[in-house]
Design a binder for this molecule. Structure first.
Ligand code: ASP
Length: 440
């Protein structure tokens, strides 16, 4: 492993000239920071627009036959202000004109959106005096729009092999034929992880506007503790439940390559942030749990049938009903004669009757019941396996708070305990669990 550091800066970290100055001083502080992945300029204040949103708006306006120039002028002004304040010499006017012309000519949505990162990358490269590498040349998607991870890794490592400090704009790449394609929203995180893998970085630093992850949602728990270290597997369990500071897909390239990710705060650069790594030593002084996260709005379909366990193909028949109507499954707690399928309520509602009918036809169950408005809450911790009584403590806290547990699922890795409660009990459950493990 090298000692190279790959940095990615989010939209708020590069929202104006003042933020660019902070980024430059962070980059210069450590000579190992040789590769930087910028997002598009984000919000400077609460009501501000993100440049990416403005670019999508331009595209929609062109499609609707409306004039998009006012929107485009807002975008151009964001970049021109930065360039002017920082005294940059890059020919921004020519780059903006080209984008403007292509949008006017009906460029596709992905091309429009990608220009936010592209233009910000040009500015940052000029400001740093670093090379600019167009991501469309090195990040490749196949005909189905899926990232071609191996080709991308090869192209990216070849282009960065000379060790020259480089700016690689986030969020986009291209199909094999060169047509621009973006990742889903927040996708610059993925670009950063791809670059980190390609140069075999010692660490992938993801700079944002928070000092890492918190153990619980601060809108629910007052001043939750910060998480200093978390494993990729733990984070997967948590982010999957919605606690994402980091794009979910950004974990895969670095997790696979064993490269740690460090979430850092551009506005508080001395804070060590959160380290996400493959493995972390168990620290006895640490709480048993690493974090709690959840989401509302699930639906639980419970199917019961005597002797279900002996009926060959029973689960397949149930699951294929969901597959057929395009509903993906979040959890699958089962008992000997019961099977529960947990799905997102909004995806299930439009096809509910069709799926239920199909299950009834295919499996002839004794009963089938549907509970709407359920919350799923995951309590995650690598420490669980080292401590007995974790479940007792968790359920004890819930019962003391008068919360009815509707579903329980413990991950086979002993990394998480997942509970289902009524949506109305969501906040109280998180508070009760946090209180039991942290504020003892
Ligand atoms: N600018 C893009 C977005 O707003 C991608 C990113 O910031 O990561 O989603």
């Amino acid at each position: 492993m090298s000692n190279k550091i790959v940095t990615k800066f989010g939209g708020s970290s590069l929202a104006d000239a003042g933020q660019f100055q902070k980024v430059k001083s962070i980059l210069l502080l450590d000579p190992n920071r040789q590769y930087v992945v910028p997002s598009a300029p984000g919000r400077r204040f609460k009501e501000d627009d993100k440049v990416t949103d403005l670019l999508y708006r331009c595209c929609r306006q062109v499609q609707a036959g409306e004039d998009f120039q006012d929107t485009f002028d807002l975008i151009a002004a964001r970049y021109m202000d930065i360039a002017e304040e920082l005294g940059l010499t890059v020919d921004l006017g020519a780059a903006l004109d080209e984008v403007n012309e292509r949008i006017a000519a009906g460029a596709n949505e992905d091309y429009c959106a990608s220009r936010g990162e592209y233009l910000n990358g040009l500015l940052l490269a000029d400001y740093m005096g670093w090379r600019f590498l167009d991501s469309a040349e090195v990040i490749k998607f196949d005909q189905n729009g899926l990232l071609d991870a191996e080709l991308t890794n090869r192209l990216m490592s070849e282009r960065l092999a000379d060790g020259i400090p480089t700016v690689v704009p986030g969020f986009f790449g291209s199909y094999y034929d060169g047509t621009v394609r973006t990742f889903s929203r927040g996708g610059s995180d993925i670009t950063g992880a791809i670059v980190a893998r390609a140069v075999n970085a010692a660490v992938y630093e993801n700079w944002t506007d928070v000092s890492g992850f918190l153990m619980a949602d601060p809108r629910i728990v007052d001043n939750p503790r910060e998480i200093s270290g978390i494993t990729y597997m733990e984070l997967r369990e948590l982010s999957y439940m919605g606690a994402s500071v980091l794009h979910e897909d950004a974990m895969f390239p670095v997790h696979k390559a064993g490269i740690p990710t460090n979430i850092r705060n551009t506005n508080n650069p001395t804070h060590p942030g959160t380290i996400i790594s493959l493995d972390l030593p168990y620290d006895e002084a640490h709480p048993t749990i690493t974090g709690i996260a959840g989401r509302k709005g699930f639906c639980v379909i419970s199917i019961a049938k005597a002797m279900m366990n002996t009926e060959l193909g029973f689960s397949r028949k149930v699951l294929s009903a969901f597959e057929r109507y395009g509903v993906s499954i979040e959890h699958l707690p089962t008992g000997i004669d019961t099977m529960c399928v947990v799905v997102a309520g909004d995806a299930f509602a439009p096809v509910k009757d069709k799926i239920i009918n199909r299950i009834v036809e295919a499996t002839n169950p004794d009963t089938i019941t549907v509970h709407d408005n359920m919350s799923i809450i995951a309590t995650v911790g690598r420490g669980m396996v080292h401590n007995c009584g974790t479940a007792a403590k968790l359920f004890g806290a819930m019962s003391k708070a008068g919360i009815n547990v509707r579903m329980i699922d413990q991950g086979s890795s002993e990394l998480s305990i997942i509970v289902g409660v009524d949506d109305k009990d969501y906040e109280a459950t998180i508070k009760a669990i946090y209180g039991a493990f942290v504020n003892q």
